[in-house]
Write a protein that binds this ligand. Sequence first.
Ligand code: PBG
Length: 325
Amino acid sequence: MSFPQRRLRRLRRSPALRRLVAETSLSPDDLVAPLFVREGITEPQPVLSLPGVVQHTTDSLVEEVKALAGVGVPAVILFGVPQIKDDIGSQAWSADGVMQVALRALRDSVGADVVVMADLCVDEYTSHGHCGILATDGSVDNDATLEIYAKAAIAQASAGADIIAPSGMMDGQVAAIRSALDETGHGVTAILAYSAKYASSLYGPFREAVDVTIQSGDRKGYQQDWRNSREALAEVMLDVEEGADMVMVKPAMTYLDVVCRVRAAVDVSLGAYHVSGEYAMIRAAAERGWIDGESVALEQITAVKRAGADFVLTYFAKGLARSMQ
Ligand code: PBG
């Protein structure tokens, strides 16, 4: 009988030993909580496909951000749900738009205690549900869309966003936003680019959260094909050249290889978005008693860090941070 030479189990004998040799650690500092704020409601509205997630009023949003700060979460990312949608998404840059009102409320209440990121896209604001302005053939007109992204970025920065996070996957969006911000005196406002954002089927519950129905077609003409990873590097490189301060891969679990490749290729801060469908799958299986939801959440979010992300956007942010107190 031959015995193994190297005994890896020696370092797994006790929790303290395992802690000592752990290669990855997750802390509340690594988490960003996605939050929804909806215009025209007086009470928070639950999102059925995202148990535990609500559409906030401005007031309940402020309370939630304070609660997140209380458990050590350093950042939130906001999505606005407007009452009025039109074909160009004009509420996305109106000074009275739901996002801008919420940003001002947060600036006045939590100030510098929490990093406030504003998702910048127009799908929540357009009647057709696409992330930009439609051309006559029904496709999204890239360059016409850049003009409205620039306006939305200025509106968000003026209302107090610390970080602008463009998620529409238009070519040149980071450069357009960077120059719009610089030309209007918002040189300190940072950009988190959703650089490698895939045309994923895991965004379903999110679309319920923001009341978006894509009237015709899908997002495959602008979001990335999930068969590709080299292309993700091209997206990231361009965004960094265009001035992105931070980049993101989205979704997370299905794209850990991409997270790993991006980490090796660039030195900017890297985030990954554990999206609505990823959250919903865990919650649904846990509700049936098929998995232990909290452990699976901890395992998955830690795995995203292990793959190379510096921070993770996740609907589990508050729960995870609380459990780490
Ligand atoms: C687009 C946007 C989407 C998400 C974040 N920003 C949806 C989409 O591209 O269709 C999805 C986030 C999630 O699923 O949690 N504004």
